[in-house]
Design a protein around this ligand. Sequence first.
Ligand code: GLN
Length: 196
Amino acid sequence: MEVGILALQGDVAEHASALRDVGVKPRPVRVPGDLTALAGIVLPGGESTTMSLLLGSSGLVGPLAEEIASGLPAFGTCAGMILLASSILDGKPDQLAFGAIDLSVRRNGFGRQLDSFERDIEVAGLGDGPVHAVFIRAPLVESVGAHVEVLGRLGDGGSPVLCREGGILVSAFHPELTPDRRLHRMFVSIIEERGR
Ligand code: GLN
């Protein structure tokens, strides 16, 4: 199985090794031709406004939007979550949102004091204990649509930090920065379940 990683900016190498660890061949995606016959795609952490500009200049916006709309499973982490959301608060006015998952996110929504932090997150349906999650200038999920499953929250009743809708999985944190591969494995199961 070959899974793309949007490789315009951000922590591409970390996702590539996480995908290899779960038995998947990673393929960097830089131009529209790189999207051919992918089983899924990862949108990494980094800077969503920069990625948004580079998506425009690389010609990827339209082709990637079409792939996602036609069911390509996608895993967005941090900046990737922002790109996949349906609405962005505190973004740049022309910043791109693929609208792949019905979420409203606030960029850098945890404020200065919580710029970066780590927390253990209980994830629904995942055995072997909580996921140790690294947050770096993370987006704050302010609202979720009726069809979005919230799989993890920041503490009991806290804000959603891991969500899924159909073939789209998003995390406000960076699972690629820790050795725990359970969420990359979860994404592969989502791909398999959706028959890609
Ligand atoms: N704050 C960044 C943004 O707006 C996201 C940070 C990250 O991916 N670690 O895109």
